[in-house]
Design a protein around this ligand. Structure first.
Ligand SMILES: Cc1cc2nc3c(=O)[nH]c(=O)nc-3n(C[C@H](O)[C@H](O)[C@H](O)COP(=O)(O)OP(=O)(O)OC[C@H]3O[C@@H](n4cnc5c(N)ncnc54)[C@H](O)[C@@H]3O)c2cc1C
Ligand code: SF4
Ligand code: SF4
Length: 475
Protein backbone atom coordinates (compact mmCIF):
# COMPACT_ATOMS: atom_id res chain seq x y z
CA UNK A 1 0.00 0.00 0.00
CA UNK A 2 1.21 3.50 -0.82
CA UNK A 3 2.65 5.17 2.28
CA UNK A 4 0.96 8.38 3.38
CA UNK A 5 3.15 11.48 3.17
CA UNK A 6 4.58 12.34 6.59
CA UNK A 7 2.58 15.55 6.91
CA UNK A 8 -0.58 13.45 6.93
CA UNK A 9 0.71 11.21 9.69
CA UNK A 10 2.01 13.83 12.08
CA UNK A 11 0.40 16.52 14.17
CA UNK A 12 3.07 18.99 13.07
CA UNK A 13 0.84 20.44 10.38
CA UNK A 14 -2.84 21.40 10.34
CA UNK A 15 -3.59 18.45 8.07
CA UNK A 16 -4.61 16.50 11.17
CA UNK A 17 -7.11 19.27 11.99
CA UNK A 18 -8.69 18.87 8.56
CA UNK A 19 -8.63 15.07 8.75
CA UNK A 20 -10.35 15.11 12.14
CA UNK A 21 -13.05 17.50 10.81
CA UNK A 22 -12.04 20.28 13.18
CA UNK A 23 -11.21 22.94 10.61
CA UNK A 24 -13.29 26.11 11.01
CA UNK A 25 -11.98 27.54 7.69
CA UNK A 26 -10.59 30.60 9.49
CA UNK A 27 -7.54 30.81 7.19
CA UNK A 28 -4.95 31.87 9.76
CA UNK A 29 -2.70 28.86 9.01
CA UNK A 30 -2.35 30.03 5.40
CA UNK A 31 -1.38 33.52 6.58
CA UNK A 32 1.09 32.40 9.19
CA UNK A 33 3.07 29.73 7.28
CA UNK A 34 6.60 31.17 6.92
CA UNK A 35 7.15 29.25 3.69
CA UNK A 36 3.77 30.08 2.13
CA UNK A 37 3.15 26.33 1.83
CA UNK A 38 -0.56 26.59 2.65
CA UNK A 39 -3.40 27.70 0.38
CA UNK A 40 -7.13 27.56 1.09
CA UNK A 41 -9.49 25.56 -1.17
CA UNK A 42 -13.07 24.31 -0.94
CA UNK A 43 -13.00 20.55 -0.23
CA UNK A 44 -15.45 17.76 -1.00
CA UNK A 45 -17.44 18.57 2.17
CA UNK A 46 -18.06 22.06 0.81
CA UNK A 47 -15.87 24.11 3.17
CA UNK A 48 -12.60 26.00 2.81
CA UNK A 49 -9.67 24.00 4.22
CA UNK A 50 -5.90 24.39 4.03
CA UNK A 51 -4.05 22.44 1.36
CA UNK A 52 -0.40 21.89 2.25
CA UNK A 53 2.36 21.76 -0.33
CA UNK A 54 4.32 18.67 0.72
CA UNK A 55 7.32 19.78 -1.37
CA UNK A 56 7.96 22.94 0.60
CA UNK A 57 6.42 22.20 4.03
CA UNK A 58 9.10 21.56 6.70
CA UNK A 59 6.58 20.62 9.42
CA UNK A 60 7.76 23.51 11.58
CA UNK A 61 4.42 23.38 13.45
CA UNK A 62 3.66 27.11 13.37
CA UNK A 63 0.33 26.53 11.61
CA UNK A 64 -0.77 24.14 14.37
CA UNK A 65 0.12 26.67 17.06
CA UNK A 66 -2.04 29.36 15.48
CA UNK A 67 -4.97 27.07 14.68
CA UNK A 68 -8.17 27.59 16.73
CA UNK A 69 -9.79 24.53 15.13
CA UNK A 70 -8.27 21.94 17.44
CA UNK A 71 -7.56 24.10 20.50
CA UNK A 72 -8.51 27.47 21.95
CA UNK A 73 -8.11 27.88 25.67
CA UNK A 74 -10.98 30.02 26.91
CA UNK A 75 -9.64 30.71 30.35
CA UNK A 76 -6.23 31.74 29.06
CA UNK A 77 -7.61 34.13 26.42
CA UNK A 78 -10.29 35.55 28.71
CA UNK A 79 -7.60 36.42 31.21
CA UNK A 80 -5.24 37.73 28.53
CA UNK A 81 -7.76 39.90 26.67
CA UNK A 82 -10.33 40.76 29.33
CA UNK A 83 -8.13 40.37 32.44
CA UNK A 84 -10.86 38.32 34.09
CA UNK A 85 -13.15 35.34 33.66
CA UNK A 86 -16.62 36.23 32.32
CA UNK A 87 -19.10 37.55 34.86
CA UNK A 88 -21.85 36.13 32.65
CA UNK A 89 -20.97 32.64 31.41
CA UNK A 90 -23.59 32.70 28.64
CA UNK A 91 -22.68 36.08 27.17
CA UNK A 92 -18.98 36.18 28.00
CA UNK A 93 -17.15 39.25 29.35
CA UNK A 94 -18.90 42.54 28.68
CA UNK A 95 -19.07 46.19 29.75
CA UNK A 96 -22.37 47.21 28.14
CA UNK A 97 -25.07 45.74 25.92
CA UNK A 98 -27.16 47.72 23.44
CA UNK A 99 -29.86 47.43 20.84
CA UNK A 100 -29.35 50.00 18.07
CA UNK A 101 -29.60 51.12 14.48
CA UNK A 102 -27.45 53.49 12.48
CA UNK A 103 -28.54 57.05 11.72
CA UNK A 104 -26.84 56.83 8.31
CA UNK A 105 -29.66 56.03 5.85
CA UNK A 106 -27.39 54.77 3.07
CA UNK A 107 -25.74 52.26 5.42
CA UNK A 108 -29.05 51.22 7.01
CA UNK A 109 -30.59 50.46 3.63
CA UNK A 110 -27.72 48.28 2.39
CA UNK A 111 -26.54 46.62 5.60
CA UNK A 112 -27.46 43.28 7.13
CA UNK A 113 -29.05 44.26 10.42
CA UNK A 114 -29.02 47.77 11.90
CA UNK A 115 -25.83 48.70 10.01
CA UNK A 116 -23.76 48.99 13.18
CA UNK A 117 -20.63 47.22 11.91
CA UNK A 118 -20.32 49.42 8.83
CA UNK A 119 -21.10 52.54 10.85
CA UNK A 120 -18.35 51.77 13.39
CA UNK A 121 -15.87 51.06 10.58
CA UNK A 122 -16.67 54.26 8.68
CA UNK A 123 -16.56 56.26 11.93
CA UNK A 124 -13.16 54.84 12.92
CA UNK A 125 -11.78 55.55 9.44
CA UNK A 126 -13.12 59.09 9.25
CA UNK A 127 -11.87 59.93 12.78
CA UNK A 128 -8.43 58.56 11.91
CA UNK A 129 -8.63 55.80 14.54
CA UNK A 130 -7.71 53.23 11.87
CA UNK A 131 -6.02 53.36 8.49
CA UNK A 132 -8.32 50.75 7.01
CA UNK A 133 -10.80 47.97 7.73
CA UNK A 134 -10.45 44.27 6.92
CA UNK A 135 -13.81 43.27 5.43
CA UNK A 136 -15.20 40.35 3.41
CA UNK A 137 -17.58 40.26 0.48
CA UNK A 138 -18.44 38.12 -2.53
CA UNK A 139 -15.86 38.67 -5.25
CA UNK A 140 -16.66 40.98 -8.20
CA UNK A 141 -15.18 38.40 -10.58
CA UNK A 142 -17.07 35.44 -9.17
CA UNK A 143 -20.18 36.22 -7.09
CA UNK A 144 -19.97 32.80 -5.35
CA UNK A 145 -16.37 33.12 -4.16
CA UNK A 146 -15.61 35.23 -1.08
CA UNK A 147 -12.77 37.72 -0.84
CA UNK A 148 -11.30 39.58 2.11
CA UNK A 149 -9.55 42.91 1.61
CA UNK A 150 -8.40 46.05 3.37
CA UNK A 151 -10.95 48.82 2.72
CA UNK A 152 -9.54 52.34 2.94
CA UNK A 153 -12.51 54.52 2.01
CA UNK A 154 -16.17 54.74 3.01
CA UNK A 155 -17.12 53.39 -0.44
CA UNK A 156 -14.83 50.38 -0.07
CA UNK A 157 -16.27 49.61 3.37
CA UNK A 158 -19.82 49.91 2.04
CA UNK A 159 -19.10 47.47 -0.78
CA UNK A 160 -18.76 44.73 1.87
CA UNK A 161 -22.08 45.24 3.69
CA UNK A 162 -24.12 42.10 4.36
CA UNK A 163 -23.37 38.65 5.71
CA UNK A 164 -21.78 35.71 3.94
CA UNK A 165 -23.18 32.57 5.57
CA UNK A 166 -20.51 30.36 4.04
CA UNK A 167 -17.00 29.70 5.25
CA UNK A 168 -14.69 32.63 4.52
CA UNK A 169 -10.98 32.25 5.32
CA UNK A 170 -10.82 35.92 6.37
CA UNK A 171 -7.89 35.49 8.79
CA UNK A 172 -5.74 34.83 5.72
CA UNK A 173 -5.55 38.60 5.53
CA UNK A 174 -3.19 38.55 8.57
CA UNK A 175 -0.31 38.15 6.09
CA UNK A 176 -1.24 41.37 4.28
CA UNK A 177 -1.93 43.18 7.56
CA UNK A 178 1.56 42.31 8.84
CA UNK A 179 3.17 43.61 5.65
CA UNK A 180 1.13 46.80 5.32
CA UNK A 181 1.76 50.15 7.01
CA UNK A 182 -0.93 51.28 9.43
CA UNK A 183 -3.45 50.01 11.98
CA UNK A 184 -6.67 48.30 11.04
CA UNK A 185 -10.10 47.21 12.24
CA UNK A 186 -10.83 43.53 11.57
CA UNK A 187 -14.38 42.21 11.08
CA UNK A 188 -14.82 38.48 11.59
CA UNK A 189 -16.69 35.52 12.93
CA UNK A 190 -15.62 34.06 16.27
CA UNK A 191 -13.27 31.45 14.83
CA UNK A 192 -11.57 33.99 12.56
CA UNK A 193 -10.95 36.26 15.54
CA UNK A 194 -9.77 33.30 17.66
CA UNK A 195 -7.27 32.49 14.89
CA UNK A 196 -6.06 36.10 14.87
CA UNK A 197 -5.75 36.08 18.66
CA UNK A 198 -3.65 32.92 18.57
CA UNK A 199 -1.47 34.33 15.79
CA UNK A 200 -0.85 37.45 17.91
CA UNK A 201 1.04 35.21 20.34
CA UNK A 202 3.40 34.15 17.57
CA UNK A 203 3.62 37.56 15.92
CA UNK A 204 3.14 40.26 18.61
CA UNK A 205 3.38 42.86 15.82
CA UNK A 206 -0.04 41.63 14.68
CA UNK A 207 -1.69 42.81 17.91
CA UNK A 208 -0.15 46.29 17.41
CA UNK A 209 -1.58 46.40 13.90
CA UNK A 210 -5.17 45.55 14.90
CA UNK A 211 -6.82 48.55 16.50
CA UNK A 212 -10.24 46.93 16.89
CA UNK A 213 -11.82 43.51 16.48
CA UNK A 214 -15.48 43.70 15.43
CA UNK A 215 -17.01 40.28 16.01
CA UNK A 216 -20.11 38.81 14.37
CA UNK A 217 -22.38 36.60 16.49
CA UNK A 218 -22.18 33.30 14.68
CA UNK A 219 -24.37 30.21 14.75
CA UNK A 220 -22.49 28.49 11.92
CA UNK A 221 -21.88 28.45 8.20
CA UNK A 222 -23.53 26.63 5.32
CA UNK A 223 -21.42 24.33 3.21
CA UNK A 224 -20.87 25.48 -0.38
CA UNK A 225 -22.98 22.49 -1.52
CA UNK A 226 -25.99 24.47 -0.37
CA UNK A 227 -25.51 26.83 -3.33
CA UNK A 228 -26.18 23.93 -5.73
CA UNK A 229 -29.31 22.99 -3.83
CA UNK A 230 -30.69 26.53 -4.01
CA UNK A 231 -29.80 26.98 -7.69
CA UNK A 232 -31.42 23.67 -8.51
CA UNK A 233 -34.60 24.77 -6.72
CA UNK A 234 -34.89 27.98 -8.74
CA UNK A 235 -33.67 26.39 -11.99
CA UNK A 236 -30.65 28.65 -12.38
CA UNK A 237 -27.23 27.57 -13.54
CA UNK A 238 -24.28 28.51 -11.37
CA UNK A 239 -22.48 30.46 -14.11
CA UNK A 240 -25.59 32.59 -14.73
CA UNK A 241 -25.46 34.09 -11.22
CA UNK A 242 -24.49 37.75 -11.12
CA UNK A 243 -25.20 38.64 -7.51
CA UNK A 244 -25.84 36.45 -4.47
CA UNK A 245 -26.99 37.71 -1.09
CA UNK A 246 -27.85 35.31 1.73
CA UNK A 247 -29.90 38.07 3.28
CA UNK A 248 -31.20 41.14 1.48
CA UNK A 249 -33.60 43.79 2.76
CA UNK A 250 -34.83 44.55 -0.78
CA UNK A 251 -37.87 42.25 -0.81
CA UNK A 252 -39.52 42.30 2.60
CA UNK A 253 -36.98 44.16 4.71
CA UNK A 254 -35.24 42.91 7.85
CA UNK A 255 -34.75 40.16 9.06
CA UNK A 256 -34.29 39.55 5.33
CA UNK A 257 -34.69 36.85 2.72
CA UNK A 258 -32.25 35.50 0.15
CA UNK A 259 -31.90 37.43 -3.13
CA UNK A 260 -30.16 36.13 -6.24
CA UNK A 261 -29.80 38.17 -9.44
CA UNK A 262 -28.87 36.51 -12.74
CA UNK A 263 -26.84 37.95 -15.60
CA UNK A 264 -30.02 38.92 -17.43
CA UNK A 265 -31.14 41.02 -14.49
CA UNK A 266 -33.88 38.67 -13.21
CA UNK A 267 -34.19 38.54 -9.43
CA UNK A 268 -35.08 35.50 -7.34
CA UNK A 269 -36.28 36.09 -3.78
CA UNK A 270 -36.30 33.03 -1.53
CA UNK A 271 -38.02 33.28 1.84
CA UNK A 272 -35.72 33.04 4.87
CA UNK A 273 -37.63 29.98 5.96
CA UNK A 274 -36.47 28.07 2.84
CA UNK A 275 -33.10 29.70 2.33
CA UNK A 276 -31.76 29.85 5.88
CA UNK A 277 -33.82 28.30 8.61
CA UNK A 278 -35.14 24.96 7.35
CA UNK A 279 -32.07 23.75 5.41
CA UNK A 280 -29.49 24.69 8.06
CA UNK A 281 -29.12 21.30 9.81
CA UNK A 282 -28.64 19.61 6.43
CA UNK A 283 -25.92 21.86 5.02
CA UNK A 284 -23.82 22.99 8.00
CA UNK A 285 -20.10 22.63 8.56
CA UNK A 286 -19.97 19.96 11.30
CA UNK A 287 -17.23 21.90 13.11
CA UNK A 288 -19.71 24.71 13.79
CA UNK A 289 -21.73 22.37 15.99
CA UNK A 290 -18.68 22.03 18.25
CA UNK A 291 -18.15 25.79 18.52
CA UNK A 292 -18.81 27.44 21.91
CA UNK A 293 -18.31 31.00 20.86
CA UNK A 294 -21.58 32.13 19.36
CA UNK A 295 -21.29 35.54 21.03
CA UNK A 296 -17.77 36.29 19.71
CA UNK A 297 -16.33 36.74 23.18
CA UNK A 298 -12.77 37.53 22.13
CA UNK A 299 -13.65 40.59 20.04
CA UNK A 300 -13.71 44.20 21.26
CA UNK A 301 -17.36 44.67 20.27
CA UNK A 302 -19.64 41.89 19.06
CA UNK A 303 -22.73 42.35 16.84
CA UNK A 304 -25.84 40.46 15.79
CA UNK A 305 -29.53 40.76 14.95
CA UNK A 306 -31.79 41.88 17.76
CA UNK A 307 -34.39 39.25 18.61
CA UNK A 308 -35.76 40.73 21.84
CA UNK A 309 -39.54 41.15 21.39
CA UNK A 310 -39.87 43.57 24.32
CA UNK A 311 -37.24 45.87 22.76
CA UNK A 312 -38.91 45.60 19.35
CA UNK A 313 -42.10 46.90 20.94
CA UNK A 314 -40.42 49.86 22.62
CA UNK A 315 -38.52 50.84 19.47
CA UNK A 316 -41.63 50.59 17.30
CA UNK A 317 -43.51 52.75 19.79
CA UNK A 318 -40.78 55.33 19.23
CA UNK A 319 -41.77 55.40 15.56
CA UNK A 320 -39.06 53.18 14.02
CA UNK A 321 -39.95 50.60 11.33
CA UNK A 322 -38.29 47.31 12.27
CA UNK A 323 -38.09 46.21 8.63
CA UNK A 324 -35.30 48.77 8.20
CA UNK A 325 -33.08 46.56 10.42
CA UNK A 326 -32.09 46.29 14.06
CA UNK A 327 -28.79 45.27 15.66
CA UNK A 328 -27.71 44.26 19.11
CA UNK A 329 -24.15 44.68 20.26
CA UNK A 330 -21.97 43.87 23.24
CA UNK A 331 -19.07 46.10 24.28
CA UNK A 332 -16.35 43.83 25.64
CA UNK A 333 -13.12 45.79 26.06
CA UNK A 334 -11.99 49.26 27.12
CA UNK A 335 -10.93 50.18 23.58
CA UNK A 336 -14.29 48.99 22.29
CA UNK A 337 -16.02 51.13 24.90
CA UNK A 338 -14.04 54.24 23.91
CA UNK A 339 -15.16 53.90 20.29
CA UNK A 340 -18.81 53.25 21.20
CA UNK A 341 -18.92 56.18 23.65
CA UNK A 342 -17.65 58.64 21.07
CA UNK A 343 -19.94 57.18 18.40
CA UNK A 344 -22.87 57.77 20.74
CA UNK A 345 -21.62 61.25 21.70
CA UNK A 346 -21.42 62.23 18.04
CA UNK A 347 -25.01 61.05 17.47
CA UNK A 348 -24.21 58.43 14.81
CA UNK A 349 -26.55 55.75 16.13
CA UNK A 350 -29.92 55.46 17.85
CA UNK A 351 -29.45 53.14 20.80
CA UNK A 352 -31.22 51.53 23.75
CA UNK A 353 -29.52 49.86 26.72
CA UNK A 354 -30.27 46.11 26.90
CA UNK A 355 -29.87 43.66 29.75
CA UNK A 356 -27.40 40.78 29.54
CA UNK A 357 -29.92 37.97 30.10
CA UNK A 358 -32.24 39.14 27.30
CA UNK A 359 -29.29 39.57 25.01
CA UNK A 360 -27.91 36.10 25.78
CA UNK A 361 -31.29 34.64 24.92
CA UNK A 362 -31.48 36.70 21.73
CA UNK A 363 -28.01 35.63 20.62
CA UNK A 364 -28.72 32.01 21.58
CA UNK A 365 -25.37 31.98 23.39
CA UNK A 366 -26.61 29.06 25.48
CA UNK A 367 -25.70 26.99 22.42
CA UNK A 368 -22.78 26.25 24.74
CA UNK A 369 -24.94 23.84 26.72
CA UNK A 370 -25.90 21.73 23.73
CA UNK A 371 -22.31 21.27 22.66
CA UNK A 372 -21.77 18.50 25.19
CA UNK A 373 -24.02 16.33 23.02
CA UNK A 374 -21.98 17.07 19.92
CA UNK A 375 -18.76 16.26 21.80
CA UNK A 376 -20.20 12.86 22.70
CA UNK A 377 -21.24 12.29 19.08
CA UNK A 378 -17.80 13.35 17.79
CA UNK A 379 -16.18 10.72 20.01
CA UNK A 380 -18.73 8.15 18.85
CA UNK A 381 -17.99 8.93 15.19
CA UNK A 382 -14.25 8.87 15.96
CA UNK A 383 -13.59 12.44 14.82
CA UNK A 384 -11.89 15.29 16.66
CA UNK A 385 -13.07 17.17 19.74
CA UNK A 386 -11.70 20.71 20.18
CA UNK A 387 -9.96 21.56 23.46
CA UNK A 388 -11.35 24.67 25.09
CA UNK A 389 -10.26 24.10 28.69
CA UNK A 390 -13.82 24.80 29.90
CA UNK A 391 -17.19 23.11 29.98
CA UNK A 392 -20.61 24.68 30.32
CA UNK A 393 -23.73 23.26 31.87
CA UNK A 394 -27.26 24.57 32.43
CA UNK A 395 -28.17 25.91 35.84
CA UNK A 396 -31.19 23.63 36.10
CA UNK A 397 -31.12 19.96 35.20
CA UNK A 398 -34.09 17.90 34.14
CA UNK A 399 -35.20 15.17 36.56
CA UNK A 400 -33.62 11.71 36.17
CA UNK A 401 -36.20 10.03 33.90
CA UNK A 402 -37.02 12.94 31.57
CA UNK A 403 -33.33 13.87 31.62
CA UNK A 404 -32.41 10.38 30.39
CA UNK A 405 -35.02 10.41 27.62
CA UNK A 406 -34.18 13.96 26.52
CA UNK A 407 -30.51 13.03 26.46
CA UNK A 408 -31.08 10.01 24.18
CA UNK A 409 -33.43 11.91 21.88
CA UNK A 410 -31.04 14.84 21.67
CA UNK A 411 -28.23 12.57 20.56
CA UNK A 412 -30.35 10.93 17.89
CA UNK A 413 -31.66 14.22 16.50
CA UNK A 414 -28.26 15.94 16.68
CA UNK A 415 -26.55 13.18 14.73
CA UNK A 416 -28.27 14.40 11.56
CA UNK A 417 -25.77 17.27 11.45
CA UNK A 418 -22.95 14.74 11.05
CA UNK A 419 -24.87 12.45 8.74
CA UNK A 420 -25.69 15.18 6.21
CA UNK A 421 -22.30 16.90 6.46
CA UNK A 422 -20.46 13.61 5.95
CA UNK A 423 -22.84 12.30 3.29
CA UNK A 424 -22.33 15.41 1.14
CA UNK A 425 -18.77 14.20 0.55
CA UNK A 426 -20.32 11.75 -1.96
CA UNK A 427 -21.61 12.82 -5.35
CA UNK A 428 -24.68 10.61 -5.33
CA UNK A 429 -25.71 11.88 -1.88
CA UNK A 430 -25.41 15.48 -3.09
CA UNK A 431 -27.51 14.74 -6.15
CA UNK A 432 -30.24 13.21 -4.02
CA UNK A 433 -30.14 16.18 -1.64
CA UNK A 434 -30.72 18.59 -4.55
CA UNK A 435 -34.11 17.00 -5.13
CA UNK A 436 -35.35 17.05 -1.55
CA UNK A 437 -38.14 19.63 -1.16
CA UNK A 438 -37.63 22.24 1.55
CA UNK A 439 -40.97 21.16 2.98
CA UNK A 440 -39.37 17.87 3.93
CA UNK A 441 -36.48 19.64 5.68
CA UNK A 442 -39.05 21.58 7.64
CA UNK A 443 -40.92 18.44 8.63
CA UNK A 444 -37.71 16.71 9.72
CA UNK A 445 -36.77 19.70 11.87
CA UNK A 446 -40.24 19.80 13.40
CA UNK A 447 -39.95 16.17 14.48
CA UNK A 448 -36.29 16.09 15.41
CA UNK A 449 -35.82 19.43 17.13
CA UNK A 450 -38.48 18.77 19.74
CA UNK A 451 -37.13 18.48 23.25
CA UNK A 452 -33.53 18.91 22.26
CA UNK A 453 -31.86 19.62 25.56
CA UNK A 454 -30.50 23.08 24.95
CA UNK A 455 -33.81 24.16 23.50
CA UNK A 456 -35.58 23.07 26.67
CA UNK A 457 -33.27 25.44 28.53
CA UNK A 458 -33.77 28.31 26.12
CA UNK A 459 -35.62 30.30 28.72
CA UNK A 460 -32.73 29.90 31.10
CA UNK A 461 -30.11 32.37 29.97
CA UNK A 462 -27.76 31.43 32.79
CA UNK A 463 -25.01 29.05 31.91
CA UNK A 464 -22.43 27.82 34.39
CA UNK A 465 -18.80 27.75 33.34
CA UNK A 466 -16.47 25.10 34.72
CA UNK A 467 -12.75 25.20 34.21
CA UNK A 468 -11.53 21.78 33.12
CA UNK A 469 -8.53 20.12 34.63
CA UNK A 470 -5.51 20.23 32.36
CA UNK A 471 -5.61 16.43 32.18
CA UNK A 472 -9.22 16.41 30.97
CA UNK A 473 -8.21 18.72 28.16
CA UNK A 474 -5.76 16.17 26.87
CA UNK A 475 -8.44 13.47 26.60
C1 LIG B 1 -21.38 33.28 9.17
C2 LIG B 1 -22.22 34.24 9.96
C3 LIG B 1 -23.15 33.75 10.88
C4 LIG B 1 -23.92 34.64 11.63
N1 LIG B 1 -24.83 34.14 12.52
C5 LIG B 1 -25.56 34.99 13.26
C6 LIG B 1 -26.51 34.50 14.21
O1 LIG B 1 -26.69 33.29 14.34
N2 LIG B 1 -27.20 35.39 14.96
C7 LIG B 1 -27.01 36.75 14.83
O2 LIG B 1 -27.65 37.54 15.54
N3 LIG B 1 -26.13 37.25 13.93
C8 LIG B 1 -25.40 36.41 13.15
N4 LIG B 1 -24.51 36.90 12.26
C9 LIG B 1 -24.28 38.35 12.21
C10 LIG B 1 -25.28 39.08 11.34
O3 LIG B 1 -25.52 38.36 10.15
C11 LIG B 1 -24.75 40.47 10.95
O4 LIG B 1 -23.47 40.34 10.36
C12 LIG B 1 -24.60 41.36 12.15
O5 LIG B 1 -25.85 41.52 12.77
C13 LIG B 1 -24.05 42.74 11.75
O6 LIG B 1 -25.01 43.42 11.04
P1 LIG B 1 -24.68 44.89 10.51
O7 LIG B 1 -25.88 45.42 9.81
O8 LIG B 1 -24.11 45.68 11.62
O9 LIG B 1 -23.52 44.51 9.46
P2 LIG B 1 -23.09 45.25 8.11
O10 LIG B 1 -23.00 46.70 8.38
O11 LIG B 1 -23.92 44.77 7.00
O12 LIG B 1 -21.61 44.68 7.95
C14 LIG B 1 -21.36 43.32 7.87
C15 LIG B 1 -19.87 43.10 7.95
O13 LIG B 1 -19.65 41.70 8.10
C16 LIG B 1 -18.55 41.30 7.30
N5 LIG B 1 -18.77 39.90 6.92
C17 LIG B 1 -19.86 39.39 6.32
N6 LIG B 1 -19.76 38.06 6.21
C18 LIG B 1 -18.57 37.72 6.75
C19 LIG B 1 -17.89 36.49 6.95
N7 LIG B 1 -18.43 35.32 6.58
N8 LIG B 1 -16.70 36.50 7.55
C20 LIG B 1 -16.13 37.68 7.95
N9 LIG B 1 -16.74 38.88 7.81
C21 LIG B 1 -17.94 38.90 7.22
C22 LIG B 1 -18.52 42.25 6.12
O14 LIG B 1 -17.19 42.46 5.75
C23 LIG B 1 -19.14 43.54 6.71
O15 LIG B 1 -18.12 44.43 7.09
C24 LIG B 1 -23.74 36.04 11.46
C25 LIG B 1 -22.81 36.52 10.54
C26 LIG B 1 -22.06 35.65 9.79
C27 LIG B 1 -21.05 36.18 8.80
S1 SF4 C 1 -9.11 26.04 11.69
FE1 SF4 C 1 -8.05 27.72 10.65
S2 SF4 C 1 -5.90 27.46 11.23
FE2 SF4 C 1 -6.93 25.51 11.69
S3 SF4 C 1 -6.66 24.26 9.90
FE3 SF4 C 1 -8.60 25.30 9.61
S4 SF4 C 1 -8.11 27.16 8.46
FE4 SF4 C 1 -6.18 26.38 9.28
S1 SF4 D 1 -20.01 28.63 14.34
FE1 SF4 D 1 -17.98 28.93 15.17
S2 SF4 D 1 -16.68 27.60 13.93
FE2 SF4 D 1 -18.56 27.92 12.77
S3 SF4 D 1 -18.14 29.69 11.46
FE3 SF4 D 1 -19.14 30.43 13.31
S4 SF4 D 1 -17.45 31.01 14.64
FE4 SF4 D 1 -16.60 29.68 13.06
Amino acid sequence: MKKKPSYLQSQNTVQFVVDSHLCTSCGICAAICPLSSITMHVNSYGIYVPVIDAETCTECGICVRSCPGHEFNYTYYHKKIHHRLPEHAGLGPYFDCYVAYTNDNEILEKSQSGGLVTTVLVYCLEKGLVDGAVVSKWSDDNPLVPETYIARTREEILRAVGSIYNSVPAAQSAAEILNTEGRFAFVGTSCQIQGMRKAEELYPKLSDKIALYLGLHCLGVFTYHFHDQIFHKIGLERDKVKRFRHRDKAWRGWPCDMRITDIEGNTYDIAAWNSRLKPRPFFTNWRCQLCFDKANEFSDISFGDCRIPAMHKVIQQDGYTLERGLSEFVVRTARGERVVNSLIKDGNITFYAADADSLTKSIGAEKKIGIKTFFVLARLFNVGVPKYGVLFSPVQRSNAVTGFLIDKWTKISSSRYWFFYYGAHYNLFRKIMMHIPHRLFGLANLLLDRNVEWRTHRSDANVVLHEQEASAEKE
